[in-house]
Design a protein around this ligand. Structure first.
Ligand SMILES: Nc1ncnc2c1ncn2[C@@H]1O[C@H](COP(=O)(O)OP(=O)(O)O)[C@@H](O)[C@H]1O
Ligand SMILES: [Mg+2]
Length: 364
């Protein structure tokens, strides 16, 4: 099946426009026709792969429009259409960052070949960007590895000692009478919360740096899900967030129950953190073909469009005291289980994280 690449065609000559549209649609492309620069900019908002732009438009020069279109859809390539070939035209095309230019009237094979070549370049660019991103993530991971583990252990010992002394201190304070007790208990609570926060952070770091071997055993998915929801019930109640579950019975995957629990814990904590009081969080799972699909939904604000591409990057966080390691850990564990994870909009209004794991078999 031919992929439906989007081709924006801009020409003020209605006959030519209709003609180009027909040729391109016959090839299976999705065509976005526009007669003016203004219309072209509007059409370009949804993105396009190739823009074919007439050099002479009623409201703006084709070269200046090409520059604006490249800004609106940086992934796309521009092909200029011109009435006659000249050195000037060629220079204008280069200036506008156009991929090529076509002289009218151009033959159908010439048009299609140029579009094909432009599309090839679009694909190569996008593969290059993906690769660069993956390499960057892998390098960050490697750099973090052992150093993190060492450092975390070093920090953990004094932190444990401090937590213990705090308990001793609290006992002492509770024996005091009257106002002094409450005056001292308040800052003590703050210190305890801060220590807890550091412990969470360390836990994230350690999880992240831990060696990646895994024991694959049959895991009934209900087990890690119930364990995590159980742990979070009190917290959710305190914040008046409703925890919902929708589990198809008998779902079985191959993997490491402990690690799957970690996955769910990280996703659920993110969901709870994102959801304001009175909201909902839902964990559900069902079978789909030979896969198990797991959803963690929340009714929070959803994932900001501008950070969407970065949330699985190590250390990427939008929270003042986040580690930015929760999702990279989830990603690593799910990949290790032969699964995939993606973020999308939730029917509850906030974010949905969808995990797909190979299904072991279903318990009848
Ligand atoms: N359920 C969610 N709703 C909205 N944003 C989310 C959600 N889960 C994750 N995110 C975004 O992804 C970022 C990275 O998450 P994560 O890796 O767990 O690190 P952290 O929780 O420490 O920030 C968060 O800072 C947040 O911006
Ligand atoms: Mg997190």
């Amino acid at each position: 099946m031919k992929r439906r690449s989007r081709i924006l065609v801009v020409d003020d000559n209605a006959d030519l426009l209709a003609n180009l549209q027909e040729i391109l649609e016959d090839e299976g492309y999705e065509v976005l026709p526009a007669c003016t620069a203004q219309e072209a900019i509007e059409r370009a908002q949804g993105g396009f792969e190739v823009g074919i732009v007439d050099l002479r438009l009623p409201d703006e020069s084709g070269t200046s429009l090409a520059t604006r279109l490249r800004a609106a859809a940086p992934e796309g390539e521009i092909v200029l259409l011109t009435g006659f070939a000249s050195l000037e035209t060629a220079i204008a095309a280069v200036r506008a960052g156009a991929f090529a230019y076509l002289v009218k009237p151009c033959s159908t094979p010439e048009l299609l070949l140029t579009v094909e070549q432009a599309l090839l370049r679009v694909r190569l660019h996008s593969e290059k960007r993906d690769l660069a991103r993956r390499t960057q993530v892998a390098e960050k991971l490697a750099a973090v590895g052992t150093m993190t583990a060492g450092l975390s252990h070093e920090i953990r010992n004094p932190l444990n000692a401090a937590a213990l002394q705090l308990v001793v201190l609290e006992r002492g304070i509770r024996r005091l009478q009257g106002e002094l007790q409450s005056t001292l208990l308040a800052p003590l609570g703050l210190v305890r919360d801060e220590i807890k926060r550091l412990e969470h952070l360390l836990e994230d770091f350690l999880q992240f740096a831990r060696p990646r071997e895994m024991t694959g055993r049959p895991v009934a998915l209900a087990e890690p899900i119930e364990a995590v929801l159980g742990l979070l019930t009190a917290d959710a109640e305190r914040r008046q967030i409703v925890l919902e579950r929708g589990l198809e019975p008998g779902l079985l995957v191959s993997g490491d129950s402990e690690r799957l629990r970690q996955v769910l814990m990280n996703l659920a904590l993110n969901a709870l953190e994102a959801t304001p009081g009175g909201g909902r969080m839902r964990v559900s799972a069902h079978a789909e073909g030979d896969e198990v699909v797991l959803w963690v939904d929340d009714s929070g604000p959803g994932i900001l469009q501008e950070v969407r591409g970065r949330i699985f990057e190590p250390f990427f966080t939008t929270k003042p005291s986040g580690s930015g390691l929760g999702l990279p850990i989830v990603h690593a564990i799910i990949t290790q289980h032969g699964g995939t994870i993606a973020a999308e909009r939730s029917p509850l209004g906030g974010a949905r994280f969808e995990i797909r794991l190979p299904s072991l078999r279903r318990i009848p």
